[in-house]
Design a protein around this ligand. Structure first.
Ligand SMILES: Cc1cc2nc3c(=O)[nH]c(=O)nc-3n(C[C@H](O)[C@H](O)[C@H](O)COP(=O)(O)OP(=O)(O)OC[C@H]3O[C@@H](n4cnc5c(N)ncnc54)[C@H](O)[C@@H]3O)c2cc1C
Length: 452
């Protein structure tokens, strides 16, 4: 048996962060089974052949150069009492501290036909490889993506570029429902439709059919999407693929029937990432955590939540006393030429706890007299009583993440719309609107006008 001060199960962004922060000062092992840790965010761009597969592999040196041991195996059992774990290659590793960073698995909904060939989910390098192989081997022409969240949208755009037709199905009335609200999304849906993606909104997939391979997708409104090239629709060779992107579920099966406390959304931890078992911590997509605004348990399966959790835990192990502030869920995606992002609470969510005020502002991202200036539209959400900033959404022809992060910072720091109205901003012709205005300030001023 080999002993470590710290063993981390999982080599995704959370596990790598543990290695980077502790590898040189503690005896650390990172255990993960896959050949490569992936840059997941880059996978849709590999699918559309924008970048080669190898570019989406993270180097193992991120772990080994940081001084940690990388163990290529799957953990099959953890003995919390003996403080050791077993792997599928028959090894046993002892630990002083155990960090669980097992991530999340994509949900495969129990729909009739889900096990047909040509039906996929999209999370790992193996999923990406299988989809690419099927497309290349069979010259796939038809694609259906189920789930119009950020991952589904990115996969649909990729498949639309390499297939003759691509359908995007979602049960909600508009795409990106977790990022932005209905009144912001019209140009985004228009851009998708213009690119050729066929939207089926307010629609659930009822069943998948085919003879070995999927050839028909039936929606609950009776609509049938055919994925077959032949009239009979009973070919055994796949002509189309269906990719489900309908959410992630914390990967906790290893701990079933153990004393580790697990909630509906993942492993239960406190704000120091401590589980109910002494010396056992959990970080990243495998944990359940709360909103940094309302304190309620909310989803937050993002690398931008996983990495700060892991860094905070590592710093605490080194002696700091940090506390994880909760999820704010700032996130963004790109739809054709548009950049879309959201942070904090959406208006309808905020309304269940707060008396809400909203404001919109539209301007250009650089001086409008310059070539290539693009529009930006922003929505700001605030609490009437405390004036606290609660959320924001942005759609623009230029990247929105920096502006989004400014608002997230304001939400995190419990700032009010007065603070945002007084934001001290920089301006320059090629980098901002005129000094006379700023989209965040404009929204905040509109809310203050309403309050006056
Ligand atoms: C296509 C795609 C695009 C994305 N885009 C973004 C984005 O733009 N921005 C963003 O913030 N987030 C994005 N995400 C989400 C982000 O990838 C995840 O939130 C992040 O990977 C979570 O990191 P993690 O380390 O907690 O878990 P994971 O990355 O899931 O890693 C879990 C690790 O644990 C290992 N493991 C599990 N069980 C065992 C076991 N029994 N034994 C050994 N090892 C085990 C796994 O093999 C894996 O190495 C995207 C995800 C996908 C799929």
């Amino acid at each position: 048996m080999k002993n470590y001060e710290i063993v981390c199960i999982g080599g995704g962004p959370a596990g790598i962060t543990i290695a980077k922060n502790l590898g040189k000062v503690k005896k650390v092992a990172i255990i993960r089974p896959e050949d490569f840790s992936m840059i997941y965010c880059a996978m849709p761009y590999v699918l559309e052949n924008e970048i080669p597969m190898e570019k989406s592999f993270k180097s193992d040196r991120l772990v080994t150069d940081a001084g940690a041991d990388l163990i290529r195996a799957e953990v099959t059992k953890v003995n919390f009492h003996k403080k050791n774990l077993s792997t599928n290659d028959g090894e046993i590793y002892g630990y002083d501290k155990l960090i669980i960073a097992t991530g999340a698995d994509p949900i495969r909904p129990p729909i009739p036909g889900i096990d047909l060939e040509g039906v996929y989910v999209f999370k790992t390098g193996n999923h990406l490889r299988s989809i690419k192989e099927t497309i290349d081997t069979h010259g796939i022409k038809h694609a259906v993506v189920v789930g119009a969240g950020a991952i589904g949208i990115e996969v649909a755009q990729a498949l639309n570029k390499i297939c003759e037709d691509c359908h995007l199905v979602d049960m909600t009335p508009h795409v990106l429902p977790n990022l932005v609200e209905a009144e912001m999304i019209e140009p985004v849906e228009e851009a998708l439709r213009k690119s050729g993606v066929q939207l089926h909104l307010n629609s659930r997939v009822e069943k998948l059919e085919g003879n070995k391979s999927v050839s028909r997708v039936t929606l609950d409104n009776g609509e049938i999407i055919s994925l077959s090239d032949s009239a009979e629709e009973d070919d055994t060779d796949p002509h189309g693929i269906v990719v489900f992107s309908v959410g992630m579920r914390a990967r906790t099966d290893l701990f079933e029937d153990t004393e580790l406390e697990i909630g509906k959304q993942g492993i239960i931890v406190n704000d120091r990432m401590e589980t109910n078992i002494k010396g056992v911590y959990a970080v990243g997509d495998c944990v359940q955590f709360t909103s940094g605004i309302t304190g309620e348990v909310i989803p937050g399966k993002l690398a931008t939540n996983a990495v700060p959790m892991a860094r905070m835990l590592a710093k605490n192990i080194l002696g700091d006393d940090r506390h994880y502030p909760g999820f704010f869920n700032g996130a963004a995606t790109k739809v054709e030429d548009l950049y879309v992002g959201g942070t904090g609470l959406r208006e309808f969510e905020a309304r269940s706890t707060f008396d809400v005020l909203v404001a919109y502002a539209e301007m250009t991202t650089i001086f409008p007299i310059l070539p290539n200036s693009k529009k930006i539209k922003m929505k700001l959400i605030a609490d009437r009583k405390s004036r606290r900033v609660l959320g924001a959404q942005m759609v623009s022809g230029s990247p929105v993440i920096d502006k989004l992060n400014t608002v997230t910072g304001a939400i995190q720091a419990h700032l009010t719309v007065q603070h945002l109205a007084q934001l001290s901003y920089a301006a320059q012709p090629y980098q901002s609107f005129y000094p006379a205005n700023n989209v965040i300030v404009a929204c905040a001023e509109k809310i203050l006008d309403e309050l006056r």
